[in-house]
Design a protein around this ligand. Structure first.
Ligand code: GLY
Ligand code: MN
Ligand code: MN
Length: 440
């Protein structure tokens, strides 16, 4: 039986090769070298943050944690991978390439980057992608991270191959197992740290392997959009829990958020349900030809509608959007591309590489494009009670349109975000996250 992963990966490489051959030929390059990255020590220290390979490399080679490899791409040739297996007794060297993927490449094992300079120095029409500190020695006449080339590669990465879609679906399955374990730990009254450890155990990946720092927020911490701590103290009351946490599959990310509360908290539970309903509707609108900016604005109308319905803001959704009131409760963007980077590339340019910035009133939006088949996006509406933004609202001319007693009662719950990862297809959207919850 052929390994199905090998087949999908081989097709992925074949497809990306056709694209890169065309790009290199058009731009007049003889070849392209993509470095996997190298850990860099902290200033005045011999310790470095956890290593993760550069995404342009990981989008070709399914090993996100292997430093100092070099991928060599040349028109018409099988990609060559200089795979670094150092002779190092301080660390455990990588296992070496697995045949299911290595067979699609021409692999050369090396013990370090030493001979690279001599090999590539004389080659003038060469492009290099990497960090100058690590690949500067390859640069005699070569172009480093050339903008036109980078844009063309980024553009290709916006349309996921079947292999990439499979990786994203698997990353979602892993993360969902973690989300379910974390929800149980929250219901048991666990501390943020205990909940996080339950998540890690269920996912089977350490924090260093996760695609981003998990946001594990109990009670009012859910109002901090990128809350970065994990308190070891058990809460006196476990009112609410927002978990924004992902997982990795061969370098591809899941980025999932769920918000939970106890059954007794009727008002907050009703708000979660309303945001969830709006989120599912938005996921259904993830279709080819849809403008993500329009979808973001529809999200504001939906959040404003929830606020009006709950009697929190006495104003029509349209007027709330116009007056910037919905942005006090939903200050981030609807979503972003996701792939080998959790916030994947090319969200703020059009298909010709021209910049398409976020609307002035919505500066946090990371995706302004029209959706195309093959795009994978997150859909993550939120509704929060953020003290500083509420103070701004209280000081504004609209203060008397707001039910402050209700807001004060909801502040200890922090906020709500529901986030799924959704594929734009030729027909109905494919929601990797909801599929994973349905089968886990
Ligand atoms: N986890 C960060 C985000 O949702 O974009
Ligand atoms: Mn997230
Ligand atoms: Mn996200």
């Amino acid at each position: 039986m052929p390994n199905p992963d090998a087949l999908l990966y081989a097709r992925h490489i074949e497809h990306r090769r056709e694209e890169i051959d065309e790009i290199l030929t058009e731009l007049g390059y003889d070849g392209l070298l993509i470095h996997s990255g190298r850990p860099e020590n902290r200033l005045f220290d011999d310790q470095h943050p956890p290593f993760r390979g550069h995404a342009p490399f990981v989008s070709w080679v399914p090993e996100p944690f292997t430093p100092d490899c070099l991928l060599e791409l040349r028109p018409g040739q099988k990609p060559r991978l200089w795979y670094c297996q150092p002779d190092d007794f301080w660390h455990l060297p990588p296992d070496g390439p697995a045949s299911w993927w290595a067979d699609s490449l021409d692999v050369e094992i090396v013990t370090g980057p030493e001979g690279w300079h001599e090999r590539f120095a004389e080659q003038r029409a060469l492009a290099v992608i990497g960090d100058e500190r690590a690949v500067g020695h390859l640069l005699d006449g070569a172009d480093l991270n050339a903008p036109e080339l980078m844009w063309r590669l980024d553009e290709a990465r916006t349309r996921k191959t079947a292999w990439e879609r499979e990786c994203l679906a698997r990353a979602n399955q892993r993360a969902v197992a973690g989300h379910m374990a974390a929800a149980r730990a929250f219901r048991d009254g666990g501390s943020e740290l205990e909940i996080h450890l339950a998540y890690i155990a269920a996912v089977g990946q350490d924090q260093d392997q996760l695609p981003y720092n998990a946001i594990c927020a109990v009670n009012e911490h859910a109002a901090v959009l990128h809350y970065q701590h994990r308190s070891p103290r058990r809460p006196k009351q476990s009112l609410s829990f927002l978990l924004d946490a992902g997982a990795d599959a061969f370098g591809y990310a899941a980025d999932i958020t769920r918000t939970w509360t106890g059954e007794d908290n009727v008002e907050f539970a009703a708000l979660i349900e309303a945001v969830d309903r709006a989120q599912r509707q938005l996921c259904d609108e993830v279709r080819a030809g849809v403008s993500f900016v329009d979808l973001h604005l529809r999200t504001h109308l939906a959040i404003a509608g929830i606020l009006e319905q709950a009697g929190i803001v006495r104003m029509s959704p349209e007027d709330q959007l116009e007056a910037g009131i919905s942005s006090r409760f939903f200050p981030h963007g609807l979503g972003h591309f996701i792939g080998a980077q959790v916030h994947d590339v090319a969200g703020l340019v059009d298909a010709e590489g021209q910049s398409v910035p976020a609307p002035e009133q919505h500066p946090a939006l990371r995706l302004t494009r029209e959706l195309e088949p093959g795009n994978v996006v997150t859909i993550e509406p939120g509704l929060y009670f953020i003290p500083s933004l509420l103070e701004d609202l209280r000081a504004s001319e609209y203060a008397d349109r707001v039910d402050w007693a209700q807001i004060d009662a909801l502040r200890p719950f922090g906020g709500i975000r529901i986030e799924d990862n959704v594929l734009v297809s030729q027909g109905d959207p494919v929601n990797f996250t909801r599929q994973a919850f349905a089968t886990t």
